[in-house]
Design a protein around this ligand. Structure first.
Ligand code: MRU
Length: 347
């Protein structure tokens, strides 16, 4: 099995609890929270203690296992608790398809269980741990495929955080960068700050600095300028859901970066495990886009920056049309247009 990197851990199971690094307080504080009930875990996903599509999926899987673990009832009551947990957890965040994918995997395992309570608990935890371990291996595989697309000496732009913090470890977009460096290439990373939640400024910068990468934070509004000046060789981002036609939902602002990359003739790559590919959703127009609380926009930390009473919109994701995507970097290989045919061929 592939070893998780050691410098920090995004999520793990410890003695009947789910433990997660609290991403709301990074880089200021590095604290690990323990969750012993499903409601607490669901609220942690909603409030972004943990975020990033694959990591949310892993958290939800552990949440279902936690519900079973906590059950003091008989087999049916234990299975009912797991089922209810799945329903609650599926309401936490709508865009990342990995959440629903992981809950469905847990449901399928629960479906095969019958009378033995201890066995139900064991099998559900085992499945959550398998989803966790697999994600790490998938990220490593994405990294290997993607590293071949990275020229030595490249300056790479990324948006949001699609790193070890957003997955079981290693990362998707940042996994490509980690693997390129592991293969001996020298790269420089530009991280969009990613307003309003600042995943780039806080999380990408933290995890890359922590692991010794050359990382520079830029305001989101600087990306088009630097692309147009040819100061960026390629863009690589993660995604929350890829539709059957190759349209890609990712953190708000990604679409603008893709447009600017196209205008500048710079390749725009999207890295994702197969669990993020949703062939049931025909195009990006059908992907649900989460609207998050206005406070994320009105405030920076504790300070209000928008006048009281002014209306605010806070869509957390946007959809990049497939024609702007140079290639999808998946654990099953690099997929190029036409996406409808080429995604189906790998399914
Ligand atoms: O709102 P977030 O922080 O959960 O959004 C995360 C992203 O948009 C990531 O780019 C995406 O989930 C891919 S993570 C490997």
């Amino acid at each position: 099995m592939i070893e998780e990197k050691k410098s920090f851990r995004t999520i793990f199971w410890r003695n009947g609890a789910v433990v997660m690094i609290d991403q709301r307080f990074l880089p200021r504080e590095e604290t690990y929270n323990e969750y012993r009930d499903v409601e607490g875990l669901a609220e942690a996903i909603e409030s972004m203690v943990i975020r990033g599509a694959p990591a949310i999926g892993v958290a939800a899987a552990y949440g279902v296992a936690l519900a079973a673990h906590n059950s003091t009832g008989d087999a049916q009551q234990t299975l009912d608790a797991a089922q209810e947990a799945g329903v609650r957890l599926s309401r936490t965040r709508p865009t990342a398809v990995n959440l629903f994918w992981a809950i469905e995997r847990m449901r399928k395992v629960a479906q095969t269980q019958r009378g033995d309570v201890a066995e139900i608990k064991r099998r559900l935890l085992e499945e959550a741990e398998r989803i966790h371990a697999e994600d790490l291996e998938l990220c490593r595989s994405i990294g290997r495929h993607g590293a071949e697309l990275v020229p030595d000496g490249a300056t790479i732009l990324t948006h949001c955080n699609a790193g070890a913090l957003a997955t079981a470890g290693w990362g998707t977009a940042l996994g490509v960068i980690r693997s390129a460096v592991e293969a001996g290439k020298k790269v420089r990373v530009l991280a969009d700050e990613t307003r309003p939640f600042l995943q780039g400024a806080r999380l990408t910068a933290w995890e890359l600095q922590r692991d010794g990468f050359d990382v520079t934070v830029i305001p989101d509004s600087a990306a088009a300028h630097l692309l147009s000046r040819k100061e960026i060789d390629l863009v690589v981002v993660g995604t929350d859901r890829v539709a059957a036609n190759g349209d890609v939902a990712n953190k708000i602002g990604t679409y603008g970066v893709a447009l600017a990359a196209k205008a500048a003739g710079v390749p725009f790559y999207v890295a994702a495990p197969w669990s993020t590919i949703d062939l049931e959703t025909p195009t990006g127009a059908q992907i649900p886009i989460e609207e998050r609380p206005a406070r994320e926009v009105t405030h920076v930390g504790a300070t209000r920056i928008v006048p009281e009473g002014v209306k605010v919109r806070n869509p957390a994701f946007d959809v990049t049309p497939n024609e702007l995507v140079t290639a999808l970097i998946t654990d099953r290989g690099v997929i190029r247009p036409p996406y409808t045919e080429n995604l189906r061929a790998k399914a």
